[in-house]
Write a protein that binds this ligand. Sequence first.
Ligand code: NAP
Length: 542
Amino acid sequence: MSKSTNKALDLVIVGAGFAGLCALHHARAIGLSARLIEAGSGVGGTWYWNRYPGARCDIESLQYSYQFSDELQQEWEWSERYAAQAEILSYLEHVADRFDLREQIQLDTRVVSAHFQEDQERWLIRTDNNDTLNARFCIMATGCLSSTNRPRFEGEADFEGNVFHTGEWPHEPVDFTGKRVGVIGTGSSAIQSIPIIAEQAEQVYVFQRTPNYSIPAHNRPLDPAEQKQVKAEYSALRERASQGFGGSDFLAINALGSEASAAEREAEFEHRWALGGLYILGTYADLMIDKEVNEQAAEFARKRIRAVVEDPETAEKLCPDQVIGCKRITVDTGYFETYNRPNVTLVDVSTSPIEEFTATGLRTGGEDFIVDTIVLATGFDAMTGSLFKIDIRGRGGERLKDQWAAGPKTYLGLMSNGFPNLFFVSGPGSPSVLSNMVVTIEQHVDWITDCLKHLQTEQIDTIEPKSDAVDRWVAEVNAIAAETLFMGCNSWYLGANVPGKPRIFMPYAGGFPAYRETCDEIAANGYTGFSLTNKNTTESEL
Ligand code: NAP
């Protein structure tokens, strides 16, 4: 599409993933002139960048999809229980075409700054193509896991082989045949990719700092009859999912594990394990609150590791000792079985960190590992990383990065004080990464769209949360997290994976149903906690 120098728009959206595409579609529906700016050469966001072998969703396809258009959800045929990256990317490309969104999307362009112009009450947005866009509203649909975490290792420049980060994977297939590969990390990206890499490579060394719990996905092709049946009752499934803690239908039960006997709990864990994937998270309402219940689930998962991994020493190294669910649980296909292969070696770097990269590999614990390729499965600067890459400045030139220096400060995860008319989708302080992202993205975009419609109808120029409303929300997000077991490990939820990042639990852990109800109430009561202003009249203090 054409460049956009100084064009006055109603809305600029940053990012063409699930959030941005949906926001663009909804903005057009209410008659806003909108432009979407995307750094990649295609739409898809996470699913555009994360092309590593084995990348697939850990939420079932029929739930990890938009519900704003019944025609779309009826037409699209998913091929597997858990869709692979390429299929989700095709789905998002289809959405861009089907809803005719491409004309308003500018690819290969990175937003570098967004400055609020107080005199005009508009956002001035600059890109790395030297375009400037001028918009009343701005939606940051930049993703929670889009800014890669690349730890620095001594001697990186000396390494003569290839280095790939899972979150910035090459677009052409990487052939590992006959190669010696070192994988750093054992989070979801590693756990999905290691079994596939191991099938091709001559030798795989997995450098593990912290072992992770992983549950077999039991992925399978979707039976067309089953898909047809789900589609016939789609609204019922979506309704059940919206009542679930994370916006997914995981057969959630409200029972408390603390009120069940150990034998009952064991049977329930057994049942959930057999269903595969994240179902275990829905087992008990107090799984992430009650230590004893959690420890039984954790031990249940460890027993499964010991039953699969033949070498007892390797099995013990693979057994996590932290709270289950404290770091994001991963869902795998054949991960632990991979350690029974003769060409896979687990290297524990928990006590002796990777010392350096060498010309031929890397060194840890005084030992040299010779590899041709290093895979950095080292994760992301989650939730704030992509926002901080943009120089966002609000009233008085205040930088978002400075305001959030001690931790993100939002109201509902949607907006920050001092940054009028700037919205975040899945921002810190919202359920976001603790939920089915597509469901909570749509809830945010619906809320924002209704809000923009309200501003149009009421001829309001700006909306911005009041600072005391932000303070109260941040306190509530922290208080809820403090009651859970999420605080007890070095997770990226807490920012603990990035050196220097404040240790604050970023997502809202009170569950999607409670969160949605709060958002709806606030809007229904005339946007409680927000200041809405019209420059021709006085500020309406609601
Ligand atoms: P991650 O969960 O943050 O895992 C990063 C791994 O790298 C951890 O094992 C970490 O160890 C290790 N690491 C980082 N720096 C290291 C260093 N200097 N030396 C040694 N090890 C180091 O990242 P991810 O696997 O990319 O997953 C991030 C999130 O993306 C997931 O939790 C999930 O929400 C999402 N995701 C989802 C799927 C899916 O199934 N749909 C797939 C991939 C990703 P420590 O644990 O010790 O820090």
